[in-house]
Design a protein around this ligand. Structure first.
Ligand SMILES: Cc1ncc(COP(=O)(O)O)c(C=O)c1O
Length: 357
């Protein structure tokens, strides 16, 4: 790799030399047998990662493309958007821009979505879909997805759309077991691929709902994805470079082993947590609901966060995030997603120490 600033922001993250080598493979035609073979090579491993028997789709878009698609394909009557930070809050706006009736279930930034509050909303009978962001990247809150899914399962007419953009492949999220209807993730977070690509899966219930939906459009029509996947194809010309890189990354993931991978993320996350306490900071996210892939540090020491980020980049060529949106400066975010190890995270933490002193 040429010398470069290494990203410890919560996505995009550092992309390995091996992944870039796969990304640069010679091009193939997207209607060729070589492409079908490529799709067939990634598909069963994606199904294992998703914990699903359903087809897994490859979308040449960032996650927002699929997040919008899920609204257009699945919401017939009214959607409840669970909101606890910048990305989940935005989904309400996106739902309305898609012309849907949408209502917030809002909690303060730093808090998690409470399954009991969700239950109360769903009991009104007003909704036929729910959106949830599993790991709210802006605040570092990881929502209790199993408990939330258990609530939604009590309402068979309500479909659940879950964004696992910044948690996918770092913690287990078994789609079929949890009863998730649309599960989606992006490429540039724990998968450590270049940005601009997403993968997602759709339940039978969600396909049935989509069939009755008008105005699904074409590019993001779930039924077009389904029809094409049956022939190991995508509806339109995909970013084949991303799929080559994904194939390489799946080799890495299954060589490491899923449990080992989850444990590595837990260990590197714990290292960052230890540093937060040792350095005299606090956590932004409430106790018990803290992300395993990033840490949103509450700036209780009142340090100059932009200066810290600048010093870290200039002196150590490491990049951290100085806080998102309305909590910029009051917080900063450190990522332990992707290929990071205890060794590389320790280098980040020692570099932070040297810049803060
Ligand atoms: C949880 C979550 N959802 C959605 C997105 C949007 O992803 P993209 O900008 O790649 O479409 C992000 C981006 O950081 C995110 O963290």
């Amino acid at each position: 790799m040429p010398p470069h600033d290494k990203l410890f922001i919560p996505g995009p993250v550092e992309v390995s030399e091996k992944t870039w080598a796969a990304f640069r493979r010679p091009m193939i035609g997207h209607r060729s047998e070589a492409f079908s073979a490529l799709y067939r090579s990634v598909h069963p491993r994606l199904q294992t990662l998703f914990g699903t028997k359903q087809p897994v789709f490859l979308s040449t878009s960032s996650a927002w493309g699929v997040m919008e698609a899920a609204i257009r394909n699945v919401v017939a009557r009214r959607v409840l958007n669970c909101m606890c930070g910048a990305f989940s809050d935005k989904w309400l706006d996106v739902s309305r821009r898609c012309g849907k009736q949408a209502e917030p279930l809002q909690v303060d930034w730093s808090k998690h979505i409470d399954p009991a509050a969700l239950d109360e909303k769903l009991a009104t009978g007003d909704f036929d879909a729910v959106t949830l962001i599993h790991n709210e990247t802006s605040t570092g809150v990881m929502n209790p997805v199993a408990e939330i899914c258990a609530v939604v399962r009590r309402y068979p007419g309500i479909l659940l759309i879950v964004d696992t953009v910044s948690s996918f492949s770092a913690v287990p999220i078994p789609m079929d077991e949890l009863g998730i209807d649309v599960l989606l993730t992006g490429s540039q977070k724990a998968l450590a691929l270049p940005p601009g690509f997403s993968v997602f899966s759709v339940s039978e219930k969600a396909f049935a709902r989509a069939e009755k939906q008008k105005d699904r459009g074409y590019y993001f029509d779930f039924l077009e994805f389904k029809k094409n996947q049956e022939n190991d194809m995508t509806p339109t010309t995909p970013s084949i470079a991303h799929i080559h890189a994904l194939e390489s990354k799946l080799d890495d993931i299954f060589t490491e082993g899923l449990t080992t991978r989850y444990e590595r993320h837990a260990r590197t996350n714990a290292l960052v947590h230890d540093w937060v306490r040792r350095a005299g900071f606090d956590f932004f996210a409430e106790d018990g609901y803290r992300s395993k892939t990033l840490t949103c540090v509450r700036n209780t020491r009142g340090i100059d966060v932009p200066k810290l980020a600048r010093d870290l980049r200039e002196k150590h060529r490491l990049v951290i995030d100085p806080g998102y949106g309305k909590i910029k400066g009051q917080t900063f975010r450190l990522s332990n997603m992707g290929d990071e190890t205890e060794e590389t995270v320790s280098i980040l933490l020692a570099s932070l120490d040297s810049c803060i002193q």
